[in-house]
Design a protein around this ligand. Structure first.
Ligand code: PLP
Length: 402
């Protein structure tokens, strides 16, 4: 993501709605986290230490799991979850193709085969009926992704897991605030993986977390994330005196720094406030776009809370004279940054060539790949900026309407 304030040439529709470029997914940081980061720098304890420990405690409290293990990314959280689940070469892991690359990449990192199951065309989340069709004797685990913040149908997914003895790792990178029946996602499966990347709902720059109620998994994930050293090895240089350690497993360097946790401990208590802000922008967008040739994001069932991470609107391409990419280009000329979540992984070179996928193998995910466009939804947006997004989107869509 570039942080440049660039000025772009005018859209052929005339003067752009904005003269300053509006960055998609801008993080919202406040003075408390800036002060805490500076305090951490001055403290001399920069890497994994007391602040990581505090952030883990607060995070497990917020989600409602016994354990939360902080790592340097959600990708690391997903990778170590694969290892904790015992995923190995020869195994298959089922996931959605409509997700970020990391969700499927980690399956490959563990030496296993990613097997995609198509999405539900309304919620855009993995369809439990499609999962069941893909289960074989080699299937070891399922990675459901709560896409854009919309909770997956965990009741059905967990029923499949029990029926076929599979592990479930929830990719909750978009969904910290999402709940089902009042319970946070990330506690329905064996574990949940969260991201604190700059564009996510809670920001530590780079960072991730695993939540679990399984103490054995928690211990493994902590150990695998710090070179495979035995418990509490990060304390080896503390004032408690030098501690010898043993290498238990050839682990990874995935630990979170206190500098990152310093941001996390202040962002966490503001999640609900930021969610309310995004919720109100979400409503404004829905009301403003209802008459356009678009498909608004699906309504969430009453027992679920949507985390409002990404406002992904779908274009009714039959009602427009141009492609999604040209709409995106026009919005760029209006100085509005947008995103695409996502181009289905089965259409990406590596997955297409390695696993011999055809576009038609996952028709719903393929269709969404060409329709979807995400509009800015950061809690950093001012009322005027949200209005600029509305004005620019309406201007461009009406310009290209059939
Ligand atoms: C961002 C994201 C990840 C990876 O998160 P990092 O913290 O950047 O590693 C994984 N899955 C999904 C769905 C994401 O959006």
């Amino acid at each position: 993501m570039t942080q440049l304030q660039t000025q772009k040439p005018a859209f052929e529709g005339g003067t752009p709605v904005r003269d300053q470029f509006l960055i998609f997914g801008q993080p919202h940081l406040e003075e408390a986290e800036i002060d805490e980061v500076i305090g951490t720098l001055r403290s001399g304890w920069l890497s994994t230490g007391p602040k990581v420990s505090l952030f883990e405690d607060h995070f497990s409290n917020y989600i409602g799991t016994q354990h939360a293990l902080a790592l340097n990314s959600c990708t690391a959280a997903l990778h170590l979850s694969m290892l904790a689940a015992g995923v190995q070469p020869g195994d298959e892991v089922i996931t959605t193709p409509l997700t970020f690359a990391a969700t499927a990449n980690v399956i490959v990192h563990a030496g296993a085969k990613p097997v995609f199951a198509d999405i539900d065309p309304v919620t855009l989340n993995i369809d439990p009926k499609e999962i069941e069709k893909k289960i074989t004797p080699k299937t070891k685990a399922i990675i459901p992704v709560h896409l854009n913040g919309f909770p997956c149908d965990m009741e059905q997914i967990m029923a499949l897991a029990r029926k076929y003895h599979l592990h479930v790792i929830e990719d909750a990178a978009h969904a910290i605030e999402a709940t089902i029946g009042g319970k946070h996602v990330g506690q329905f499966g064996d574990c949940g993986a969260f991201s604190f990347y700059v564009t996510k709902n809670l920001v530590t720059g780079e960072g991730g977390m695993v939540t679990t109620n399984n103490s054995e998994w928690a211990e493994k994930i902590q150990m695998y994330g710090l070179h495979g050293l035995n418990k509490g090895a990060w304390k080896r240089y503390s004032d408690e005196g030098f501690k010898h350690y043993q290498v238990i497993y050839p682990g990874y360097k995935y630990n979170m720094m206190d500098i990152q946790a310093a941001m996390g401990i202040h962002q966490l208590p503001r999640l609900e406030k930021y969610l309310n802000k995004r919720e109100s922008i979400w409503k404004r967008y829905n009301e403003a776009f209802v008459d356009l040739p678009v498909i608004l994001p699906a309504e969430t069932p009453k027992n679920m809370r949507h985390a409002r991470h990404l406002y992904a609107i779908r274009l009714d391409l039959d009602g427009l004279t141009v492609s999604r990419d040209q709409i995106m280009e026009a919005l760029f000329k209006e100085n509005i940054g947008t995103g695409i979540h996502y181009i289905s992984l089965h259409l990406h070179q590596y997955y297409k060539e390695t696993f011999n996928y055809q576009a038609a193998d996952f028709p719903h995910a393929a269709k969404v790949s060409h329709q979807t466009i995400s509009l800015p939804l950061s809690p950093h947006l001012t009322d005027q900026e949200a209005q600029d997004v509305i004005d620019a989107f309406r201007k461009v869509i009406l310009y290209y309407k059939r």
